[in-house]
Design a protein around this ligand. Structure first.
Ligand code: HEM
Length: 361
């Protein structure tokens, strides 16, 4: 009877994970299409434009001569103050364009496909992590309400920034053929604003996450043994509150989070830069680190769902089964087993918060 209810609970959790994953995938695909709605609305508001004759300049575009000269890096005269103010077109811009549209745009999709493929292959070979159930009927508090809100706040913003950032990087090549130039122009405008404003909120979340969870992630000898014993590949090895893999993911978040945040803020306030070259280098560093981080996040998402079933209970409900705690974090379980409570008391209004958390009474 108890076993049956455990099975139905884990089926429910799996269903919830399935729906969440489907939602994220569908949102990532559908969001760009909002560009069409934008264009349709903009067009319905505008009076019909006069059609231009195809050859309005008699065969020669008078602006082309100006651009031809600008490309020679001539210096002109301007009332604008600031570095490189008199340079109409910087030749380093061409080098930047070649890096952005060359190696960056070529290797980034391969890297992401490789990471996704590696996770998929690992799942096919291993069949996913063991489903431990909750035969004991005992639960252990793991993540406070504050921790959970913080985690999902950062995770949702991360996905929104990834979708909009990739749209800006690959939009011309990937989205214009799908949406058309007008649809993409409208989506790019929205994506740029979501990316810039969302980025500012994300920085706050990353800093809070570092401060709140640093204490759980101090590296120790146990973590080295966790890696040596194959914890990475699903082998059960002794672990503290966070295991070696989770600590590695946390510190990657700290490093990548700080670099991506700092380079992002500097681009929102470009007065930081002495020269255009520095701005261009900054943009490449921002994109490369963000893409490396995104690829690594596939591993985290896998481990948190299919790799170690039961983990999501912690990040959704705040508590995990005694069985999960014993198998995945035995050293931590020994420290917190006095906080154990019955599964019947697991309703959100009654489940206790972990001791020492900001939201614990
Ligand atoms: C949307 C997919 C995601 C899912 C399903 C997910 C799920 C989880 C779960 C279940 C845990 C708790 C693991 C445990 O109790 O041992 C966790 C922890 C964590 N997650 Fe996520 N997560 C996702 C995305 C993200 C993203 C995008 C970030 C960062 C940008 C992130 C950062 C973290 C961090 C830093 C921890 C704590 C690790 C530690 O302190 O060592 N997560 N996640």
């Amino acid at each position: 009877m108890e076993k049956q209810s455990n099975n139905s609970k884990s089926r429910k959790t799996l269903r919830r994970i399935g729906w969440m994953t489907a939602f994220i995938v569908v949102a990532a695909m559908v969001a760009p299409l909002s560009g069409y709605v934008y264009v349709a609305m903009a067009q319905s508001d505008e009076p019909a434009q006069q059609a231009q004759p195809a050859d309005a300049w008699g065969g020669v575009n008078p602006r082309s001569e100006v651009w031809r000269q600008a490309r020679q890096a001539y210096e002109g005269v301007t009332v604008v103050q600031g570095p490189s103010a008199n340079v109409i077109m910087s030749s380093s811009g061409e080098t930047f364009r070649q890096i952005r549209n060359g190696p960056l745009s070529t290797y980034a999709p391969w890297y992401m496909a490789l990471m996704l493929g590696a996770v998929g292959l690992f799942f096919i070979i291993s069949g996913g992590g063991e489903k431990l159930g909750n035969a004991s009927g005992k639960r252990v508090p793991r993540w406070s309400l504050f921790d959970r809100i913080l985690h999902w706040y950062v995770a949702i913003l991360f996905i929104a920034l990834a979708v909009t950032g990739l749209s800006l990087l690959f939009g011309r090549a990937v989205l214009i053929p799908i949406m058309g130039p007008e649809g993409f122009a409208a989506w790019a405008y929205a994506a740029k604003n979501i990316h810039n404003y969302g980025g500012a909120f994300f920085v706050v979340g990353v800093v809070l996450m570092i401060v709140a969870w640093m204490r759980y992630n101090i590296p120790s000898k146990v973590d080295v043994q966790w890696f040596v014993k194959g914890g990475m590949f699903g082998k059960h090895a002794p672990a503290e509150r966070m295991n070696g893999g989770e600590k590695a993911w946390f510190w990657l978040n700290v490093g990548a989070g700080l670099i991506v945040s700092a380079t992002g803020i500097m681009m929102i306030v470009p007065q930081f830069f002495e020269s255009r070259e520095l701005f261009q280098i900054n943009l490449i560093v921002h994109a490369v680190v963000a893409i490396l981080w995104l690829g690594a996040s596939f591993g985290h998402m896998y481990m948190a769902t299919l790799g170690a079933p039961g983990s999501m209970d912690g990040m959704i409900k705040g508590h995990v089964s005694k069985e999960w705690a014993e198998v995945h974090h035995d050293i931590w379980y020994d420290e917190v087993k006095d906080q154990e409570f019955d599964a019947e008391d697991a309703a959100p209004s009654r489940a206790p918060e972990p001791k020492g958390s900001p939201s614990a009474a």
